[in-house]
Design a protein around this ligand. Structure first.
Ligand SMILES: [Zn+2]
Length: 284
């Protein structure tokens, strides 16, 4: 099966209504004699048929299905989950903060420390990694050390932190740092974890990606801080223009989401206070 990326791990990249330049979401299936389907995201019938064909071939090998995990509530991560649940009569697992944001029921609420034994040495665990979304989980197969990273990081495009939908920049940065430490600990044990992000190719050096995300966010935050503290910018648009002077204007509507997320973090950190939609130094 061409979808196989390791023994007991299969990935299909299926079209979804997601944020350009990404056009698709990775579905990961892992397990031994029982299989977990992580992120069956596509709402499109032709793409669902591709996943159905892979599942049918795995069932024909004598395997069974144990359930479905959705990493978080966003629309490009959930498209096939309810129908697949009903067809195969298997549970959907998700964090309660995800369940409360969906318009279909979640069968089993899971959180940090949840594990499921899928046979043949495959034990999958959930790692609570909020920030991009309040209920975000990374789902890690201990045997293959392949993890579905959801939208913690991406192989293409960027990860948005949208405060109007429960995003939190400080929490997101904590999750990135924590996962980098977690992967590094496995590497110290001689293992080489790889991440299947929701969007883009498999990441074989997840620590480098996680650390790049942290440094990129902190560099942007430093520009925002400088614009307010040294540049004297107070209005939201002025802060945006100064902090994103290296980015084409057509991307500013998306950049505005990041500015808002960083401003809220800088306020929470005690560095800035809000003035209308903008900000000023806390000490000034
Ligand atoms: Zn998302």
């Amino acid at each position: 099966m061409t979808a196989g990326i390791a023994e007991g791990a299969w990935v299909l990249n299926l079209d979804t209504p997601t944020l350009p330049p990404a056009t698709a979401t990775n579905t990961l299936i892992v397990g031994g004699d029982r299989l977990l389907i992580i992120e069956p995201a596509t709402p499109h019938a032709r793409e669902q048929a591709r996943l159905d064909a892979l599942i049918a071939s795995l069932l024909a090998d004598g395997r069974a299905l144990a359930g479905i995990v959705v990493t978080h509530h966003h629309v490009d991560h959930i498209g096939y989950a309810p129908a697949l649940r009903d067809r195969h009569e298997i549970p959907i697992f998700a964090h309660p903060q995800t369940a409360s944001r969906l318009d279909f029921p979640i069968d089993t609420h899971i959180d940090e420390g949840w594990t499921i034994d899928l046979g043949e040495g495959h034990v999958v665990e959930a790692l609570f990694t909020p920030g991009h979304a309040p209920g975000h989980l990374v789902v890690w197969d201990r045997k293959t050390n392949i993890a579905h990273a959801g939208d913690l990081v991406a192989g293409e495009g960027t990860i948005l932190v949208d405060v109007s939908d429960g995003g939190d920049m400080g929490v997101y940065l904590d999750s990135l740092r924590r996962m980098a430490a977690h992967v590094r600990a496995h590497q110290a044990d001689g293992q080489s974890p790889s991440f299947v992000p929701a969007h883009g190719p498999v990441l074989d050096d997840p620590v480098a990606v996680l650390e790049h995300y942290v440094s990129h966010r902190l560099a942007r935050e430093a520009k925002i801080r400088r614009a307010v503290v040294e540049g004297g910018r107070r209005a939201f648009l002025g802060i945006l223009a100064a902090a994103y002077d290296d980015v084409p204007k057509k991307l500013w509507p998306i950049a505005a989401m990041s500015v808002e997320a960083h401003l809220r973090k800088l306020v929470a950190d005690g560095e800035l206070v809000r003035v209308g939609k903008g900000a000023r130094p806390a000490a000034g």
